[in-house]
Design a protein around this ligand. Structure first.
Ligand code: NDP
Length: 478
């Protein structure tokens, strides 16, 4: 079995105390990689390296074009190694290979390219003052960034954090999730190959609570924390950030509502609704896990949706035909299984799906579920959707907004006025109309309520990963 170390100060190293853990392939349910298990001592080494690279190294002082060229080279290396990078995530957490290799790796590369170019092409406001003074803004790098990534999009979400942080001249300590560690070490190896100076991108593996993750967020040498994961973890991390007065960006859970009006293009609505809840086996914060369908088309929608769900190919995620793999870990499988097993006692009915082999849950469709049931209020993070009917636009908006989450929502309608009207009333960070998952990296991304704090993307990432500085110059008059 191959070993994957921490990457600290340009070297791949074991843990200071020699501790290791197995990364488990959730389809084969056996270890497939050995990984360094970090502790506070390893985090401290990494933060010190990142601090040295920030205070003394070339990275923050480099021109934007030169820094951008390194990020573009790294993107190219990811693309050239797509097979290996995709397979790492697939073996670590069971994502179908067509999603990891053909989508996530290229999205990761696009993140690096986009933020390199966005930083290089950014302009800053200049304010000629009536007094004759001249004020302008500089975007100084913030310092050492702690990036804590989840296991559902290991490489893609790591780069979503790392790319803007690095493009703006920060140095980074990345802690991937213990369920999906391998692609992070490979990313850091490729960064060195691309010419990134030592200490600029460091990776420390390890657990979250009482371990490497907690040590990183509590470390006094950190200047920014960016986190994606569970809302409950977000609260813990926000407290750590508050103690050190460190700005924090939190991308947390979701309970996406997907509202299908009777005038929708039904084939389009079914196709996107299936993707919205079953992509990555439902392990997506944006998952459209509550579908509300207007009553005149409810039965027709259900029939088409169930047929499409039953046609999905379940199996070995390394097989290109597979659309639904296992859940990412035994622990997560047990959580999702709990929701499947309690559908009936909570008042609902399973139309199709249920438990599969190993740690697999089949695409599951639930109806007749009371809106107060945990299945309608909690983030399940698996391939289970609750479909409910509604009558009026007002009722649809109320149902969609009846959640403590507010990451995203979807609206399917051919009525332009309704599309605008409902989009404006939905309490969510992103609303998709007649589509799903389409992103422009310049647009804000984040959630309201329990779905997060802050926005990332384009100039929103610039605000977070820099310290905007006002420079005011006295211009002498004749
Ligand atoms: P977590 O929020 O616990 O994990 C996300 C990341 O945070 C991991 O890298 C984890 O490390 C780390 N972490 C955990 N606790 C701490 C801490 N106290 N300090 C610093 N870092 C910490 O998610 P889980 O893996 O436990 O998943 C539970 C649920 O969270 C899922 O079922 C899903 O509902 C939701 N989730 C949402 C995601 C999203 O995209 N919004 C992504 C992942 C999960 P480690 O895993 O190594 O312990």
């Amino acid at each position: 079995m191959d070993f994957y170390g921490h990457v600290i100060d340009g070297e791949e190293v074991p843990s200071a105390d020699g501790a290791e853990f197995d990364s488990i392939d959730p389809y084969r349910r056996e270890p497939w990689a050995r990984v360094a298990l970090g502790s506070a001592a390893d985090v401290d080494r990494a933060v010190r390296a990142a601090r040295r690279a920030f205070d003394e190294g070339p990275w923050p002082r480099m021109g934007l074009a030169e820094r951008g060229a390194v990020l573009h080279r790294l993107a190219g290396l990811l693309e050239r190694n797509a097979e290996e990078m995709g397979l790492s995530d697939t073996r670590d957490m069971g994502k179908p290979i067509t999603q990891s290799r053909d989508n996530d790796v290229f999205r990761a590369a696009a993140n690096l390219r986009f933020f390199a170019d966005h930083a290089r092409l950014s302009t800053a406001e200049t304010l000629p003052m009536d007094s004759g003074h001249h004020a302008y803004t500089r975007f100084e790098p913030a310092g050492v960034v702690a990036a804590i990534a989840p296991w559902n999009y290991p490489l893609m979400l790591a780069t979503w954090k790392v790319a803007p942080a690095l493009a703006w001249g920060n140095t980074v300590v990345l802690k991937p999730a213990e369920d999906s560690p391998v692609s992070a070490t490979k990313l850091a190896r490729l960064a060195l190959e691309a010419g990134m100076p030592p200490g600029v991108l460091n990776v420390v593996h390890g657990r979250g609570p009482d371990s490497a993750g907690q040590a990183l967020t509590e470390h006094p040498g950190i200047d920014r924390i960016t986190f994606t994961g569970a809302s409950s973890t977000g609260r813990v991390i926000a407290r750590a950030a508050a103690a050190n007065l460190v700005p924090v960006s939190l991308e947390l859970g979701g309970k996406g509502a997907n509202v299908v009006f009777a005038d929708a293009d039904l084939a389009n609505a079914v196709e996107w609704s299936i993707k919205a809840v079953y992509t990555n086996t439902g392990q997506v914060c944006l998952a459209g896990s509550r579908i509300y369908v207007q009553r005149p088309i409810y039965e027709e929608f259900l029939a088409r949706f169930v047929a499409a769900a039953e046609a999905m190919v379940i199996g070995d995620p390394c097989d290109a035909a597979t659309q639904i793999g296992p859940l990412a870990s035994e622990q997560h499988y047990r959580k999702v299984r709990g929701y499947v097993e309690t559908v009936e006692s909570a008042g609902g009915k399973i139309l199709t799906g249920g438990l599969g082999d190993g740690w697999t849950v089949r695409p599951t469709v639930v109806v007749d579920m009371p809106q107060t049931a945990p299945h309608c209020t909690e983030e399940i993070f698996g391939p289970l959707v609750v479909i409910s009917p509604f009558d009026t636009e007002q009722e649809a908006v109320e149902l969609a907004n009846n959640t403590r989450y507010g990451l995203n929502a979807m609206v399917f309608t051919e009525n332009l006025h309704r599309a605008h009207r409902v989009s404006a009333r939905l309490r969510a960070g992103t609303v998709w109309v007649n589509c799903f998952f389409i992103r422009d990296l310049r647009a804000p991304f984040g959630g309201v309520g329990d779905s997060g704090v802050g926005r990332e993307g384009g100039s929103f990432s610039r605000e977070f990963f820099t310290e905007p500085k006002a420079v005011i110059i006295d211009v002498k008059r004749d």
